[in-house]
Design a binder for this molecule. Structure first.
Ligand code: CAA
Length: 284
């Protein structure tokens, strides 16, 4: 039975996971090596809850309860008695392996270890632990409090018990789960990223303006964001990183990053987080 959660990484994804788990009544240990990132992540949660209070969608008591369910930690050792630890740090395979090696040593035998990775094989990460049956992919979507989906990714050695436990956990957060095999991009990204790359290719070829491409897909297909805004939202660097992983794995042109995307990342245009991507966010 999952009761106590650890989340390693308090960035955009980690803080979202912390918020929804604490909101569902779990005790959540929020872990970050750096105090600065921990402060920033938790301040982001408090700010989002303040906005919900302003809109009349939450109360001050609810906010206090959620914040009270969150415990700050800087040491992985403090996650020892968690039932589930979810890693949500940067997409760097070596950094992730280091975290999982350390967690495997300090956590109790029953602890399930999960990665929120969107693109790194779960089996590769689990291979550095001695608990491959209790190792699983748990992929949330951004913004975590809003997006209803969690992909549950089964690696070769993940046990059925582990799958069922994390599925119940994700459903207890109000999410719908889908089961995916451990192949790059799971279900969503293997379909989404080629669509984004195609939109960038069409923009690069001069098919239409960025605004018209986005309006076409928003208004013509009912998508909440057009593909170029969505690339800005995900991050151009992240989109490129995932595309390169797919291309290396599948050796298929369908996944080849358009040169424009690579040039924009090299020039520091990362999307919303850097203030500039296909659109300009510097004045917002
Ligand atoms: N965190 C928490 N809540 C947020 C939020 C955030 N960052 N951004 C918006 N929201 C909430 C708002 O508070 C608001 O909540 P209420 O309805 O309760 O008031 C609601 O979302 C709608 O927000 P807005 O009215 O401000 O704006 P919007 O209607 O334009 O919606 C959006 C914003 C939810 C982000 C919407 O544009 C959307 O769904 N976009 C697509 C997002 C998407 O596709 N995400 C998946 C990315 S791919 C991925 O994550 C996988 C990967 O590995 C790369």
């Amino acid at each position: 039975m999952i009761k106590k959660i650890g989340v390693v990484g308090c960035g955009q994804m980690g803080s979202g996971i912390i918020q929804v788990a604490a909101g569902a009544g779990y005790q959540v240990l929020a872990n970050e090596a750096s105090e600065v990132f921990l402060d920033k992540g938790l301040a982001g949660i408090a700010k989002r809850l303040d906005k919900a209070i302003e809109k009349g969608k939450a109360t001050a008591e609810e906010k206090a309860k959620i914040m009270g369910n969150i415990v700050r930690t800087n040491e992985l050792e403090e996650l020892a008695d968690c039932d589930l630890v979810i890693e949500a740090i940067v997409e760097d395979i070596n950094a992730k392996k280091e975290i999982f090696q350390a967690l495997d040593k300090v956590c109790k035998a029953e602890t399930i270890l999960a990665s929120n990775t969107s693109s790194i094989p779960i089996g590769d990460l689990g291979s550095v632990t001695k608990r491959r049956d209790r190792f699983v992919g748990l992929h949330f979507f951004n913004p975590v409090p809003v997006m209803k989906l969690v992909e549950v990714v089964r690696a070769l050695d993940t046990s059925e018990n582990t799958i069922q436990s994390v599925k119940q956990f994700a459903e207890s957060l109000g999410k719908t789960t889908v089961a995916a095999k451990d192949t790059p991009g799971f279900i969503v990204n293997v379909l989404l990223i080629p669509y984004l790359l195609d939109a960038i290719r069409q923009y690069e070829r001069g098919l239409a303006s960025a605004l018209d491409i986005d309006n076409a897909m928003k208004l013509g297909c009912g998508h909440p964001m057009g593909p170029l805004t969505l690339t800005d939202f995900i991050g151009l660097d992240t989109t490129l990183f995932i595309a390169d992983i797919f291309f290396n794995e599948f050796k298929d042109d369908h996944y080849a990053a358009p040169p424009l995307l690579r040039r924009m990342v090299a020039a520091g245009y990362m999307g919303m987080k850097s203030g500039r991507g296909f659109f300009d966010y510097s004045k917002k």
